[in-house]
Design a protein around this ligand. Structure first.
Ligand code: EPZ
Length: 431
């Protein structure tokens, strides 16, 4: 999507409406993306169900097609045929559009023995280093030349399985190693691996295609390399961050929602935070009922940590909720360097938040008032949308393209439970 188009949309949110009704949680973006990269390893067709309609997923599909894969989409089903995979270069514009494209590296070099891609560069959350990815892949025999912002990667013969220990349980680095090791020669033992549910979903997909991966979900994952992978049919897990965002929408508006198609076991520290804020929760199977209190209570301490700790992606949406609590909530962002860019915009809506380095102190206020605000990134944008739902008056939220990366049809979904939100084009003067 060109830069010019990105500037042209905003959401007009009429606040102070309680949300009531049912919302279905769509498939997980952060599971769909690595699984699409994994489909490069499949010698026969992979069929993915419950794929969300998101711009990041569109970008990943464009990368697959650029590399020579055939991809068909019918509603939430993506069918990928990588048998004609031929190109080893991921174009810079696609790398820049989605930092997490680095996760394609392991699969491309495993399949073709070489890859060319540009450095993903920084983004709204601060620098996005890939040192853990590159160190691990070099250990497996990949030679990587960094030249003018481009990575020229080659491996003579096959990648070699080996013991690898991550200095940080990086989600992307864990995924890259799994993809590089699935068809490597020998066994890879990955220590200090990320334990997110999306890692388990990736392992389930790969094993369904014939891989031999054990231990996913724990800190040590063992990948026994196999000759090649076939295809499979796979259902992507629900998006736990979208679920957290919908919970926050009920909480911040004082409403009551029934969420469907989610997995509550993927929200170990998030559900207690909503209960601490005074929400009533009741789960049954893949449904979760939430009812907000008359007045929200603060969430004393939210420390983001690798899974199963509190997810960094839920920090901004939960911060929006605490901005209306009758007390003080303290956030510590331990995962990303600068993931408080939404604070400045929340202040414009009347929130009272102070940031000192990794710590944000939120003094709840009785009410917020609508104003023009700008989404700084995906989850920060969600926080501003949530605050606009509760604010008195109209909130104009620009930077909608950030939201479209991770939330499917967000304005339609929330409007279906009582929100008043309209997507509109910016008038020329506002450009
Ligand atoms: C994944 O990003 C998610 N993205 C992020 O979700 C999520 O916030 C993050 O994991 C943490 O849970 C996808 O899955 C597509 P990391 P990723 O590697 O893999 C540092 C969203 O909103 N690091 O676990 O990039 C890094 O800078 C997105 O959906 C290195 O230093 O996260 C960060 O501080 C945002 N060197 C920390 O580790 C490396 O080589 C966690 O990064 C890699 C990472």
């Amino acid at each position: 999507m060109g830069e010019r188009v990105l500037r042209l949309e905003r959401l007009r949110i009429e606040g102070s409406r309680k949300l009531y009704g049912e919302l279905t949680v769509h498939g997980a973006k952060n599971s769909t993306l690595p699984i699409l990269a994994a489909s490069l390893l499949c010698k026969s067709e992979a069929v993915l169900h419950n794929c969300p309609a998101l711009s990041d997923v569109d970008t990943a599909v464009r990368i697959l097609r650029t590399l020579g894969c055939r991809v068909r989409r019918e509603r939430d089903v993506l069918a990928i045929d990588s048998s004609q995979l031929c190109d080893d270069e991921i174009p810079e514009n696609l790398m820049r559009e989605m930092r997490s494209s680095i996760v394609f590296l392991g699969a491309v070099v495993s399949r073709l023995g070489k890859a060319r891609l540009s450095f993903p560069g920084g983004c709204e959350l601060g620098p996005r280093p890939i040192d853990l990815h590159l160190t691990a892949l070099r250990k497996m025999g990949l030679s990587i030349r960094e030249d003018h912002g481009c990575l020229e990667c080659t491996v003579p013969g096959r990648l070699k399985g080996c013991p690898i220990s991550l200095s940080f349980p990086s989600v992307g680095a864990t995924e890259n190693v799994m993809l590089a090791a699935a068809c490597a020669e020998g066994t890879t033992v990955l220590s200090n691996a990320a334990r997110e549910p999306e890692i388990c979903d990736l392992a389930d997909f790969l094993n369904a295609c014939g891989a031999r991966i054990s231990g996913a979900g724990g800190s040590v994952i063992v990948i026994e390399g196999v000759e090649s992978l076939g295809g499979c049919e796979h259902w992507v897990i629900p998006d736990r961050i979208v679920a957290a965002t919908y919970l926050a929408a009920a909480a911040i508006t004082g409403g009551e929602l029934l969420l469907q198609h989610l997995d509550c076991s993927h929200l170990p520290l998030v559900l207690p935070a909503f209960e601490e804020s005074g929400c009533l929760l009741k789960s049954e199977g893949d449904q979760l009922w939430v009812k907000a209190p008359e007045r929200l209570r603060p969430v004393k301490s939210v420390r983001t940590m690798p899974y199963p700790g509190f997810p960094t992606d839920a920090q901004a949406p939960v911060m929006a909720v605490t901005s209306l609590a009758d007390g003080t909530s303290v956030f510590v962002e331990n995962i990303f360097e600068s993931r408080y860019k939404h604070v400045g915009e929340l202040l414009r809506l009347g929130a009272n938040i102070k940031v000192e380095g990794r710590v944000a102190v939120v003094e709840g206020v009785p009410g917020l008032s609508g104003a023009p605000v700008m989404a700084p990134d995906l989850r920060g944008g969600a926080a501003l949308l949530l605050a606009g739902l509760a604010a008195e008056g109209t909130t104009l939220l620009t930077g909608v393209h950030h939201l479209d990366r991770g939330y499917e049809a967000i304005e339609e979904r929330l409007s279906s439970v009582g929100a008043v939100i309209h997507r509109e084009f910016l008038p020329d003067s506002a450009e």
